[in-house]
Design a protein around this ligand. Structure first.
Ligand SMILES: Nc1ncnc2c1ncn2[C@@H]1O[C@H](COP(=O)(O)OP(=O)(O)O)[C@@H](O)[C@H]1O
Ligand SMILES: [Mg+2]
Length: 230
């Protein structure tokens, strides 16, 4: 993964219990964005030394108000965005589900899964098997040959999640994955997450609301650019 200069040690409050192996660790992450136009351009500091760790087989929630920097932090964790300062170290394959589905309008669900399978270096039989399982688990097999531009928001969200799950990643990073899900899909999502946890996979879930606290091993809150344990 990516790594930059260490700035701070992780705060104990946001760390995994010492009994678990750490699979993802970010420390002292800072990030500011430029806002406005010249001559009123200014830097707005979003992350001010955020730390987060994820342990083997852990399900962690990342919460915080709208605009608190949750998506920014997750993009830094996956390497889609560069931190100004801080370090990110991870081990194992990462699957990432962005907040806004990144889909190709003209491609069908099947074609998306095939395309991502190639990108992950999977063989076609493995892709077909994983795709069948995902269609069944998330219940959207009827849309296999439907183009992305014709999918409902909820079905697009299922496809988005499936693309992150396809290669069975060790670390799954999900940015508000169930915002568009109905109740049934929400339940299926948690069943799937619980299954992964049992097999030692790790999951970090961003949510702007947490109604089911008991489903998480830990909940970390982003507040004023830093992470605190809830
Ligand atoms: N590319 C960007 N350029 C400028 N400002 C941004 C950009 N992305 C996010 N922001 C701002 O950074 C803050 C944090 O955004 P974000 O990480 O999306 O928060 P959250 O996911 O917690 O809602 C918000 O104020 C947002 O407007
Ligand atoms: Mg967000």
């Amino acid at each position: 993964m990516h790594e930059s200069t260490a700035q701070a040690l992780p705060s104990p409050s946001a760390s995994v219990p010492v009994t678990r192996e750490v699979v993802l660790e970010a420390a002292g992450i800072t990030k500011s964005y430029r806002r406005g136009m010249w001559p009123r351009r200014r830097a707005v500091s979003v992350l001010k030394g955020a730390d987060i760790t994820l342990g083997h087989g852990e399900v962690v929630g990342l919460v915080g108000e709208n605009g608190s920097g949750k998506s920014t932090l997750m993009q830094i964790l996956v390497g889609a965005l560069r931190a100004d300062r801080g370090t990110v170290v991870s081990s194992g394959r990462i699957g990432y589900c962005p907040q806004e589905p990144v889909l190709y309008d003209r491609l069908t669900c099947d074609e998306h899964l095939e395309l991502f399978g190639v990108a992950y270096g999977m063989d076609p039989a493995a892709v077909a098997g994983a795709a069948d399982a995902l269609y069944a688990t998330l219940g959207f097999g009827d849309w296999r040959t439907t183009r992305a531009e014709e999918l409902s928001g909820g079905t697009a969200a299922k496809l988005n999640l499936s693309l992150a799950l396809l290669a069975d990643p060790d670390i799954l990073l999900l940015d508000e994955p169930y915002a568009g899900f109905d109740w049934d899909t929400y339940q299926r999502f948690w069943a799937l997450t619980a299954e992964r946890r049992v097999t030692g996979r790790s999951v970090l879930v961003i949510s702007h609301f947490v109604t089911d606290e008991e489903r998480f091993d830990r909940i970390v809150e982003l507040r004023d650019g830093r992470t605190v344990l809830r």
